[in-house]
Design a protein around this ligand. Structure first.
Ligand code: ZN
Length: 201
């Protein structure tokens, strides 16, 4: 914790004076980000850093394994769906990016539920990606982990389209849905192509 307090002091001393005008502008005018990123909570995957973005540019949601659940309007607490609704219906972002990553601990749980050390919420949450796991295992893959990471990005994009106000906007061409993969080891970003493959940026 002391490391973080010291980090804050450095931020106030060095970055704040340079960024003060920008934050004041954002405070006065409010935020109007063009892009929402759905990324993993993994401490090694920082969308702001990867896209070299500034405060106010990205509306970021991070959860375990960057999953989007299907549209289920009921009385349960849907944190991911609430963030999506805020970004799409209130802020009216133009782009939704599902950012997956290599070596995802959530995907490890998906592939080996029995070994999961935490089961209250983690295992049920990862079951959102069960259709992705099924598709991958049917193909008898060489590398189930990395194929599941990719397939779950595609599944999340499909689930995004189950939200009626996302599907409408995507169809009207005012909202773009994209998938991406970040490789922690190499720092390389790949974007999902319409044909289902991933290509380096
Ligand atoms: Zn992850």
């Amino acid at each position: 914790m002391e490391r973080l307090i010291e980090g804050y002091r450095q931020f106030r001393a060095t970055q704040w004076p340079e960024r003060r005008a920008m934050f004041e502008r954002l405070a006065t005018r409010g935020q109007s980000p063009q892009t929402m990123v759905i990324a993993c909570s993994d401490s090694r995957v920082d969308p702001t850093m990867i896209f070299n973005a500034q405060p106010g540019e990205l509306f970021v949601l991070r959860n375990v394994a960057n999953l989007v659940p299907p549209y289920e309007p009921d009385a349960a607490f849907h944190a991911t769906s609430a963030a999506l609704e805020f970004a799409v219906r209130v802020l009216q972002v133009r782009h939704l990016i599902v950012l997956g990553h290599a070596m995802c601990g959530g995907i490890q749980v998906l592939l080996n539920e029995a070994a999961a050390p935490a089961r209250d919420f983690l295992v049920p949450w990862m079951r959102i990606a069960e259709p992705a796991r099924e598709r991958v295992l049917q193909r008898a893959p060489l590398d189930p982990q990395s194929e599941c990471e990719r397939e779950s990005v595609k599944l999340s994009l499909e689930n995004l389209r189950s939200f009626p106000w996302i599907a409408e906007r995507a169809e009207a061409g005012v909202l773009q849905l994209r998938g991406a993969m970040f490789d922690i080891r190499s720092g390389l970003l790949q974007m999902l192509r319409p044909d289902g493959g991933f290509e380096p940026v």
